[in-house]
Design a protein around this ligand. Structure first.
Ligand SMILES: [Cu+2]
Length: 418
């Protein structure tokens, strides 16, 4: 191969041209920005594990990321070198060779070994994450457009649960315990993901899939549905709330406390009547009663399956014990009160969370907007045609056309659901 000195490509050109140097600085700057983004304490950071399951994933993904990164850099550098060094400058064709067995065998065996190594540790981690025989607490998780329901079956686990607990949006778990989620869906496929506690698990109608969670420290761990599930997919979030065992006992006791009817003559009492008339056919409030035509006290039972496409609506018995609503998308707490809870140190967190939503802390703005016209806040139909095709049922919460004074009364009533 003939080559004159003048057309020998030079990598020096890359280093010395100011234009290229600009590119280099740009790339380094971008990489630094990306890395500093990682260092920030983002609530859904997969690289910031907060429990043993997430830690197992971390222990796998970091070495794999490094190995893949090093190989990636080597391959890209080799490609870059060859592209520049041997670019077409009108030179003669180099001598053609046909295969080099030793190199081919080496380049087959080396990646195979790397993949076998990565594969072994991946399979080992998958098996460890699938373990269920050390379960200490079982919680059923059901996805539907566009919120998550949690029900805690009566069990010896979770420190003992005497009667079922049903809640939504925020999953409350005891710290340090191996919690087993049994995940399913009432409509389309959703996916449950709390990045700081474990990987994802699809919620598939007609199937129950399990996912283990364990949180080392008290606090709130954010997540979101990660399987596109329709119009308000982006408004389908969830939070796992971890409490010390003693605080978890208090939480359970709060959830199972009997119904306290509002005081006669209060705004909340009038709100109870508005609620019974307008909301209770979809939303259950445990032990709520009403008086029938014959003057007997009868339980008020919700029948969401008759009115809603997914067949379910959140249980509102203890709405004000959670911090968020409508798929954990809006806060029930004002920004100042929310900040206090989210930023609390682990030792102080439980007491603050267990306060629930006090009247001073209630985020009236979003809750009122929701009650005024829920579909305006959280889109539920992609078109009028879809709305007409829902078989006489509604998707999500409908616009109930409430008047402002009715909303005032309902809020007074809901504030006592704690
Ligand atoms: Cu979803």
């Amino acid at each position: 191969m003939k080559r004159s000195k003048s057309n020998v490509p030079s990598l020096q050109l890359v280093q010395h041209s100011p234009r290229h140097r600009g590119w280099l600085f740009g790339a380094v700057g971008l990489a630094a920005a990306a890395l500093s983004g990682c260092a920030k304490n983002a609530p859904q950071d997969t690289f910031d594990p907060a429990g043993s399951n997430a830690q197992k994933i971390q222990d796998l993904q970091v070495p794999v990321f490094v190995i893949a990164g090093v190989i990636g850099v080597i391959v890209l550098a080799a490609i870059g070198f060859v592209v520049i060094r041997y670019r077409d400058r009108g030179q003669e064709m180099p001598e053609q060779s046909h295969g080099k067995p030793s190199l081919e065998i080496a380049l087959t065996i080396l990646p195979a070994l790397i993949l076998a190594g990565v594969g072994t540790f991946t399979v080992k981690t998958i098996f460890e994450l699938a373990k269920t025989d050390d379960t200490q607490c079982i919680i059923n998780v059901t996805g539907q457009q566009w919120w998550w329901e949690y029900d805690y079956p009566a069990q010896d686990g979770c420190g003992g649960i005497k009667a079922p607990i049903v809640t939504s949006g925020q999953l409350v778990i005891p710290t340090g315990q191996n919690v087993l989620l049994r995940i399913t869906s009432r409509d389309v496929i959703h996916s449950y993901w709390i990045p700081r506690l474990n990987g994802k698990r699809d919620a598939v109608p007609g199937r129950v899939q399990t996912l283990r969670l364990e949180a080392d420290q008290p606090g709130i761990y954010a997540g979101q549905c990660t399987e596109f599930c329709g119009l308000s997919h982006a408004n389908m979030k969830m939070e796992a709330v971890a409490l010390y065992a003693s605080d978890f006992e208090t939480w359970k006791a709060n959830q199972l406390e009997g119904y306290t009817a509002p005081v006669d003559g209060s705004a909340a009492k009038q709100g109870e009547a508005v609620f019974t008339a307008n909301c209770s056919y979809c939303h259950q409030v445990n032990d709520l009663t009403t008086t029938n035509a014959a003057g007997e006290k009868v339980p008020v039972l919700a029948n969401p399956d008759q009115y809603i496409v997914s067949g379910a609506a959140p249980n509102l018995s203890n709405l004000m014990t959670r911090n968020t609503f409508a798929g954990a998308t809006w806060d029930l707490l004002t920004p100042a009160c929310r900040d206090k809870v989210w930023k609390a140190v682990p030792e102080a967190f439980g007491a603050l969370y267990l306060q629930g939503v006090t009247p001073e802390c209630l985020n009236q703005v979003d809750l009122r907007e929701w009650l005024r016209n829920a579909p305006a806040k959280k889109p539920m139909y992609s078109s009028d045609a879809q709305k007409a095709n829902s078989g006489g049922k509604v998707r999500g919460m409908p616009n109930l056309g409430l008047k402002e004074d009715q909303i005032d009364l309902i809020i007074a009533y809901l504030l006592e659901r704690n």
